[in-house]
Design a protein around this ligand. Structure first.
Ligand code: UDX
Length: 453
């Protein structure tokens, strides 16, 4: 990517990631890109889910106390954890930054704070210290609009909605139905609303960076920009703009790449439900037999603890291992970006987290969508109904439906159009990243914008 005319000469940026895998990854990828443009990067992070500094020697890492208790962390209640982080981290962040500001050399001043939208405690601290701030939104613009709609429906007294509405389309939000609205299952609706309203509030921040692109999200981005007073830089997919080292919390099992090397071109279905979602024993059995009966080779990530009631694969059904033999490979955590870029991978059964969605689209890999919660349901609808580069498993996990979906996606002629569209979408993204494309232009504009502070 071509450099803008001026260079930042060590201007220092502070990045505040939200401590979940799907949020840390894009923030560190953004940091890597900005570092490649000459900015010096400091990552201020919580103790909870802290990133590994040794993987990123180019950044300075500063931990701040987060005050999270062991029972709260082990509850897995993301909404309660986000509320606690925002209540607890404001003073520790202020203290941390004040110390940094006091000892900074004039030519290496902190010129901007870039914070994840869910780490909104950062804004009043930035404002207090007179440092400009920018928000990073790590999910799609379509999901942002859907969350805004949830807030609007609530203000009109239309939430909770009756079950009879579930399959009805949400006005102005095609193709989202009421059942697809991104309402968090983790806490009360009131607490969810508190997090969303705070995360959406731009306050005094100067701009918004979105990990999305016009090719995918143009109409949603345009609608958001209409009501937004500050510029929006849609510069995604972030993992494609700078090759950042892995920021995985779990160790990546690279032996799966050797296994993939032995498989035929586009024959493997890669299966992963991301870093948070979990399933029960019954769903596990349906997944297992659906994959086995499809007769297609598969690489399956079963994250330790993601099957309720077991540590790892203990609850896989009897006879399954014998039935699949060498045709299936199971790992605890995969180098996902490398997997999706591998020539042997021809499909991705995904939970539709936004990073996974972008990573799949960027490699032209069509998807089977089984969303679990929140934004995943919005993305599943876009993948299957708007971009039409995947199939959605609509109901409970059911082995027959899974088997049919894998065959259709990977080999049957009625899946050919989906596979072609996925390939076309990859090309569109590549065009938007090349000179003169929208992603390319936004990136250069963003660098200029930050340098002007
Ligand atoms: C969470 C929410 O579930 C999701 O809805 C939201 O969009 C982001 O936060 P998560 O489950 O972490 O998402 O999924 P996703 O956004 O897809 O991020 C997962 C990341 O982990 C991806 O970057 C993926 O490449 C990586 N990953 C996943 C691996 O590196 N190895 C794996 O085995 C699985």
């Amino acid at each position: 990517m071509e450099m803008p005319k001026r260079t930042p000469r060590g201007q220092r940026l502070v990045l505040v990631p939200c401590p979940y895998q799907g949020h840390i990854n894009p923030m560190l990828q953004l940091g890597k890109f900005l570092h490649s443009k000459g900015f010096s990067i400091t990552i201020v992070h919580t103790h909870f889910n802290s990133p590994s500094p040794s993987n990123h020697p180019e950044f300075i890492f500063l931990p701040i106390p987060d005050g999270l208790t062991v029972p709260l962390v082990s509850s897995g209640n993301i909404i309660a954890i986000l509320l606690a982080l925002n209540a607890n981290c404001k003073s520790s962040f202020l203290q941390c930054l004040t110390t940094q500001v006091m000892k900074q050399e004039p030519e290496k001043k902190i010129t901007c704070i870039i914070y994840d939208e869910f780490m909104y405690f950062s804004e009043p601290v930035a404002n207090h210290l007179n440092i400009p701030s920018i928000i990073l939104r790590t999910t799609s613009a379509a999901n942002f609009l859907a969350r805004t709609t949830v807030v609007d429906l609530h203000s009109k007294g239309l939430i909770p909605f009756p079950d009879s509405e579930l399959l009805n389309p949400v006005p102005q939000l095609h193709p989202i139905r009421f059942k697809d609205l991104p309402i968090s299952p983790f806490d009360t609706f009131e607490n969810f609303l508190k997090v969303v309203v705070n995360a959406h509030d731009v306050r005094t921040s100067s701009a918004i960076i979105c990990n999305t692109t016009d090719c995918l999200d143009q109409s949603s981005l345009a609608r958001i920009q209409q009501h937004c007073q500050v510029p929006i830089f849609s510069i995604g997919p972030l993992h494609k703009i700078a090759t950042a080292a892995s920021s995985s919390f779990l160790e990546e099992d690279t032996s799966c790449i050797e296994w993939l090397d032995k498989q035929s071109h586009k024959s493997v279905i890669y299966v992963s439900l991301g870093s948070v979602a979990s399933i029960g024993e019954k769903e596990l059995a349906e997944m297992a037999w659906g994959l086995a009966n499809s007769k297609q080779p598969f690489l399956w990530v079963i994250r330790p603890g993601s099957v309720i009631g077991s540590d790892w694969t203990e609850l896989l059904p009897q006879g399954f291992r014998e039935a699949i033999g060498e045709r299936g490979f199971i790992v605890k955590w995969a180098p996902q970006r490398e997997v999706l870029a591998h020539g042997a991978v021809g499909g991705f059964w995904t939970h539709c987290g936004w990073n996974s969605t972008l990573e799949s689209i960027s490699e032209g890999v069509p998807m089977i969508c089984k969303p679990c919660f929140s934004d995943q349901k919005v993305h599943a609808r876009y993948i299957s109904r708007v971009w039409r580069i995947g199939l959605e498993l609509e109901d409970e996990f059911e082995r027959g439906e899974i088997e049919r979906a894998v065959r259709k996606l990977m080999m049957n002629s009625d899946g050919e159009e989906i596979r072609m569209r996925a390939k076309d979408m990859k090309e569109k993204i590549q065009v938007s990243m090349s000179k003169g494309g929208s992603n390319y232009n936004f990136l250069n504009e963003l660098v200029e914008f930050i340098m002007a502070f």
